[in-house]
Unconditional design. Sequence first.
Length: 134
Amino acid sequence: SSGVINLLRNFKVPNTLPTIEIEIPYRADLGKNKMKGFAHGHYFTSKGYKDACKSLSDIVWGKAVGQKWEKKKIWVEIFLQKSRINSDVANFVDGIADSIKTGLEIDDQWYSFKLDWGYERGVEPYLLITINQN
């Protein structure tokens, strides 16, 4: 009977809430500073930005398969590990939001963001993105 009690104490209910965790190498193209270009008197969305968003939205879509996402608040946490002090995590909100919007097919009006960053010289910069709903 003590074995059963220990088994029940250690039993964990599986997390059935939709959650996606993504770690990708830092891509400046996802930032708002690379979003727009200017040529021949007109602004345009840069190819690098479009490609970076497409790549991330494909990852989001692939990880969302089999999960039930609803049109209600979606929490998005973005952590930027940087190796230079001049990168700004806030610059990535639009690109990441656009990518998630395409990947989940849920408008970004439902998103709430938490931003954080770390700095360490000599470390490969990366973005850690966690998306969940409760």
